[in-house]
Design a protein around this ligand. Structure first.
Ligand SMILES: *Cc1c(COP(=O)(O)O)cnc(C)c1O
Length: 240
C-alpha cells in the first residue's frame, strides 16, 4: 500500500483516488481474514466457485466478530462491518445468477450476450449492477476481452441497458519480465476509456479504469488506473 501511495504521488495523483482490490486467489482463509482485520475493504476473485466459498467464509467470520463485539477484536485492528467483493475473472453466462448477489463490481464483461444475460437477471430482480468492459488491448489470442476496435460500439449497446451500469474499463497486460512492457497495453486502454467518455457513453458514472497487477501496478498508476487488482504482492505466489 505504501508503494501504491508513492507511485500515486510521483504521478501527481492523490493516493486516496486509487482503490486496491486484493485478489485472493492465492490466499488462505487466514490471510483473507488478516487483511480484512487490518481494514482492507475491497477483495477480488477470478473464479466463481472460489468467490462463493470465500464470500461465505468471510461473512461468517465478520458476523461472529460483530456478535462478540469490539472487546474481542485485536487491539489496534478494526475489521470493517462489510467488504466489497469484485469479480475479476471470466464469467460464464450460466453463472451470472449466482455471482450477482455477491459482488459490488464485475470487471470482466466481454460480450454483448453476457451483458444481455446480466440485464435479464437484474431486470427480473429489479436491481442493477456495476460493470466494466474488459479490453484485450494487447491483442493476445489467449486473453479474454473485447478487441479495441469493437469496444466503443459494445459500450454503446450496454449503455442502453437500464439494469446494467457501465462504469468503465478493465484490462490485463501480458505477464512480462519488465513492467515497462505493460505500458502500451495500459496506454491503449486509457485511450479507449477517453474515447468512450468523450462520446458521453455511461455519463458521469463512467469513471473507473481497472488495470495493474503485482508486476505492473506502478506503470498502471502512471497511465491513469484508479482500481488496481493485486494478488501475489499481498498473499504470495502459491495457489491454495
Ligand atoms: C490473479 C489476478 C490478478 C492479480 O494478479 P497478481 O499478479 O497476483 O497481482 C488480477 N486480475 C485478475 C483478473 C486475476 O486473475
Amino acid at each position: 500500500m505504501d508503494r501504491v501511495g508513492e507511485a500515486a504521488v510521483r504521478a501527481g495523483r492523490r493516493p486516496e483516488s486509487i482503490i486496491v482490490v486484493a485478489v485472493t486467489k492465492t490466499a488462505s482463509p487466514d490471510q483473507i481474514r488478516g487483511i480484512v482485520e487490518q481494514g482492507h475493504i475491497d477483495l477480488g476473485e477470478n473464479r466463481v466457485q472460489q468467490l462463493i466459498q470465500r464470500v461465505a467464509q468471510l461473512k461468517e467470520f465478520l458476523s461472529r466478530k460483530r456478535t462478540l463485539g469490539r472487546a474481542a477484536t485485536t487491539p489496534g485492528h478494526d475489521a470493517p462491518d462489510d467488504v466489497r467483493w469484485h469479480m475479476a475473472g471470466h464469467l460464464q453466462r450460466n453463472k451470472v445468477k449466482q455471482v450477482l448477489p455477491l459482488v459490488k463490481l464485475i470487471h470482466s464483461i466481454d460480450s454483448l450476450r453476457l451483458a444481455e444475460e446480466i440485464q435479464a437477471v437484474t431486470a427480473r430482480a429489479d436491481t442493477a449492477v456495476d460493470i466494466l468492459l474488459e479490453i484485450n488491448a494487447s491483442g493476445e489470442p489467449s486473453k479474454q476481452g473485447v478487441a479495441p476496435a469493437a469496444a466503443l460500439h459494445l459500450a454503446e449497446q450496454i449503455d442502453s441497458m437500464v439494469h446494467v451500469r457501465l462504469r468503465g474499463l478493465m484490462t490485463m497486460a501480458p505477464r512480462l519480465e519488465n513492467p515497462e512492457d505493460a505500458r502500451p497495453t495500459f496506454a491503449r486502454t486509457a485511450e479507449i476509456f477517453e474515447d468512450i467518455r468523450t462520446e458521453g457513453i455511461g455519463g458521469n458514472q463512467f469513471n473507473i479504469l481497472s488495470m495493474g497487477m503485482t508486476n505492473d501496478f506502478e506503470v498502471a498508476i502512471e497511465q491513469g488506473a484508479n482500481i488496481l487488482r493485486i494478488g501475489r504482492a499481498f498473499f504470495g505466489e502459491t495457489e491454495q
